[in-house]
Design a protein around this ligand. Structure first.
Ligand code: SAM
Length: 232
């Protein structure tokens, strides 16, 4: 255990992180086209350095994805901003996230949506996410360990669904759990050939819009890839 830092040192460190965060948002998120002021402000407020292991903490306000353990990554700041912007949130929505990781995106979502339900298949990552949700007092975020390709049926329908891992095709349970007028944002394709899709529920059908290239780890599960090799 590290000795507790004096208050003044902690306050100075927090100011420094806040400055780094503001620069990250300006250079790597806003400069790359994300405009929604609520999303940009939520990212300015979210301490990304807490969601990565100590060994990569110095890089936490750069532009890259970073390892978070168990062979998984925290997504690039730009793609987090882009995907959340594509959800077109006004703050009243109930959101399902599939692929919690250590909870960074769930924390950003908690500031721009009413309620966030997030599913992670790897226990150790979900445990860290739960710890951070508690530490940061995010009272509107729930995390569970499960195969997220099944969705979260007893909380459905959702106004928005966001998937942080690439799927071979639209997971049917997620489409079923999307409420009327709802939107699902999900990367589709193999590890080296992915596109971001925005799916809207319109009446009894769906409309799919291509939103450009993406680069995510595979969505592994019953309605995803069967294993990492198959996604290559
Ligand atoms: N949202 C995370 C963040 O903000 O840092 C990034 C998550 S990482 C890019 C994708 C995550 O999806 C991994 O932690 C992986 O274990 C998880 N995942 C893959 N398949 C899954 C599934 N079927 N259900 C739930 N989580 C899954």
């Amino acid at each position: 255990m590290q000795p507790a830092k004096p208050d003044a040192a902690t306050a100075a460190e927090n100011r420094d992180y806040a400055q780094q965060r503001a620069l990250m948002v300006e250079r790597y998120v806003a400069a790359r086209g994300v405009k929604d002021p609520r999303v940009l402000e939520a990212m300015r407020q979210t301490p990304r350095h807490l969601f990565v292991p100590q060994v990569v903490r110095a890089k936490s306000y750069g532009e890259s994805a970073l390892p978070i353990g168990a062979g998984q990554t925290i997504s690039q700041p730009w793609i987090v901003g882009r995907m959340i912007e594509l959800l077109e949130l006004n703050g009243s929505e109930k959101v399902l996230e599939v692929g919690t990781g250590t909870g960074y995106q769930a924390c950003v979502l908690s500031k721009v949506a009413a309620r966030v339900f997030s599913i992670e298949r790897i226990n150790e990552l979900a445990l860290r996410a739960v710890e951070l949700v508690r530490e940061l007092k995010l009272h509107n975020v729930s995390v569970k360990v499960f195969d997220g390709t099944y969705g979260w049926s007893d909380q459905a329908p959702f106004d928005r669904i966001i998937v942080a891992a690439t799927a071979p095709e639209l997971p049917e349970p997620l489409v079923q759990q999307l409420g009327r007028g709802g939107t699902l944002v999900i990367p589709l394709g193999r590890s080296d050939d992915q596109r971001l899709a925005r799916v809207r529920r319109v009446g009894t059908g769906i409309q799919i819009e291509d939103c450009g290239p993406a680069s995510f780890v595979p969505l592994i599960g019953r309605f995803g890839w069967k294993d990492e090799e198959k996604a290559k």
